[in-house]
Write a protein that binds this ligand. Sequence first.
Ligand SMILES: Cc1cc2nc3c(=O)[nH]c(=O)nc-3n(C[C@H](O)[C@H](O)[C@H](O)COP(=O)(O)O)c2cc1C
Length: 375
Amino acid sequence: MNKIFEPVHLKNLVIRNRFVRSATYDRLADVNGQVSDAQIKYNSVLAEGGVGLIIFGITCVHHNGQVSRFQNSLAGDEYIAGFKKITNAVHERGAKIAVQLFHGGKEAKNVKNMNLLPLAPSVIENDPYYTGEYRAMTESDIWEVIQAFGDGARRAKEAGFDAVQIHGAHGYLLSQFLSPYTNRRQDQWGGSLGNRLRLHSEIYKGIRKKVGSDYPILIKIGVQDGFRGGLEFNEGKQAAELLANVGFDALEISQGLRGKCIEETEFKANINSLDKEAYFRDLCREIKGQINIPIIMVGGLRTLALMKEIVQNQEADFVALSRPLICEPHLIKDWKINEHKKAKCISCNACHDAVSHGKPIYCFLTTRPLLQNGG
Ligand SMILES: Cc1cc2nc3c(=O)[nH]c(=O)nc-3n(C[C@H](O)[C@H](O)[C@H](O)COP(=O)(O)O)c2cc1C
């Protein structure tokens, strides 16, 4: 048995194996951002399927960071009870669960329904990558968001989550602050790399005060943007090191701002051969070589033998999957029985198209809505 299937510590948390379900927005919350019965069932199925740690997808901490009306929220105490049902169901099935705390920045399209403008570090004129209307954040906007992350984490802990993960990737608010392309500020929140990471660092400190010293605080970090002229890896790598020094307990390595095509996103399509798998492996390996906190590798992981090699070579401490577990929520259990089983996911991205067009999560291969798979 490879150590990929053995229990592992993340701070004080014991996780039954090294498989993580990477955060995956399911668009199954109700219209008020409350947990739905479908989400309790979905997370139960995932936990039964053998994954060690589920990271529950984008959950907003402030209404001004919300991307969709059907997005879960921890922006108020009224959301705690619903999440307790999910965390209980997952724990009863032997898995652990973290929640991804989120602010969309200028991508927070839903705020227009509230007659507000989305927020961003700076307004970029004639931006070929973004056409919507938004405004630059004031100092007090920034502190309000920091406070909201702290409150969200406090509620997450009360709801029974074993950890929180801050979303610092994929072009959302924290990515926008880190990237020199979207952050043109000349105050303490912009300019040098340290200043562009001040928001991340203040969010960490604010959360730590609320959750105590033992609670794991993770971050998913976009270490390079999907286009030239954005964040480059040499800075992204330093950013990872700085975040480890700030105190984060694990880093999941992903992409920052998206470019204009599917090859410039974090969910690359058509992963149909071994050489296309693990597309952030080189980035992870370099980061892992220079920092001492656990690294979670994500991105096109499909073949068990490759993941075992990655863990055995200490290129990452955990391996995370999103799309393969949408297709086959029982994949980890299946692999434990048959190591040669091939993951069915063809990375067609129909699942992503569904949620980004306002439909509940769906797998093209099953040709049925996910929850009718029977696991
Ligand atoms: C339907 C869908 C929803 C996603 N939702 C999130 C999310 O809520 N938060 C996040 O950080 N990444 C999200 N992602 C990205 C995944 O977590 C992951 O980084 C990416 O899909 C690459 O991993 P994979 O090849 O195993 O799918 C999503 C991806 C898909 C396909």
